[in-house]
Ligand binder design. Sequence first.
Ligand SMILES: Cc1cc2nc3c(=O)[nH]c(=O)nc-3n(C[C@H](O)[C@H](O)[C@H](O)COP(=O)(O)O)c2cc1C
Length: 399
Amino acid sequence: MPTVVLGISGSVAAYRAADLARELMRHGFTVRACLTDAAAKFVTPALFEALTGQPCLQDTFEEPDRGRMAHIDWARQADAVVVAPATANVLAKLAHGIADDMLTTIALAHTGRLILAPAMNPAMFASDPVRSALDVLRSRAAVIVEPDEGEVACGEQGQGKLASIPQIVRAIEGVARAGRLLEGQRVLITSGPTQEPFDQVRFLTNRSSGKMGSALARAALLLGAEVTVIHGPQREPLPMEAHRIPVQTAREMEEAAFAALPGHQWVVGAAAVADYRFAQVESGKHRRTGEPISVTLVPNPDVVAGLAHAAEPGVRLIGFAAEPSSELDVARRKLAAKGLWAIAANDVSVPGIGFDADANALTLVFADGTVAESGRRSKLECALFLWETCIARQLNSQS
Ligand SMILES: Cc1cc2nc3c(=O)[nH]c(=O)nc-3n(C[C@H](O)[C@H](O)[C@H](O)COP(=O)(O)O)c2cc1C
């Protein structure tokens, strides 16, 4: 049975969490409730224990199984963690990684997508701090179940009423279902820049930060995949749950990718592989002479094209085309020339997206000519868009 941790924070709407718990149980979930201290002024642990048949947590140091850290156990065992109602205070804490009670500690320890159903006075909901907390949480792929318009508990009108129980249940079911979309499937991702040495201390590289590759890995993990990332020397950390293979040069990346390829159903080439390398690599350090020097660059292998050629039929290969324009001609030519299933084009001439930025805007072009656009979003949201679009297409083509 899928398990949901139902976090309840200090809003008048806390009483509606009892109906939510019942409805989730009717939908086949095991429900484990966790209250903040403020929530416990409105509703009691005894109510949720009686309804769910599970212990209800409140204090960070409570351990229903002695010697086992409940915040980690509950976070790991949950197919979904939802906070309903979510107060302005809890949203701000979650956006900043504050974990000063049991609920926020479980939420921080959970590696899946959080589902947050805010409820508060309309002026609080419209305030800048709540707006920015929600933006931060969305950029980290939290699912926000928007509050309804109407009269709130204090008698004022506006947006702030806890969303309906069916809406919250749908969001929870969506996250729990999405967490199985890539279950049993293996994903191979190349990420980051490569470095092509000139001598022992200098190299040729590019501006790739590895943020898109890291986001693709994280998103694939959120959807239940087993993930291998072959990565150049990138600044962006990769998820700990991914199998990570570090390389330096394009040729090392090619070798590692070919070795890893068997058994993967999906391959995404998000690395910015240097097109050229130095024909000669000097040993030691090239000394300054004051004279101009000429170097010869020779072409590097096209890693993703090579993988497309070597892959078994049925493996889905997705390339990336970072181009200084929104025209899709180059992306379409690359898609055909490299024998890919799809290509994600992004216009790196637009400020704030693409190389080294936290946001991106992808245009997915498929081999049959169809196109899907993500719009401007965080790289994690773009990565989820890429996976969900590609999985939907694959399922359609199978049916
Ligand atoms: C009667 C009453 C109703 C409240 N309702 C809300 C609410 O709906 N939403 C909200 O964000 N805060 C509400 N608050 C304020 C929170 O309870 C307060 O910010 C508290 O510190 C939240 O703690 P928690 O986020 O740990 O649950 C209410 C406070 C009171 C006294």
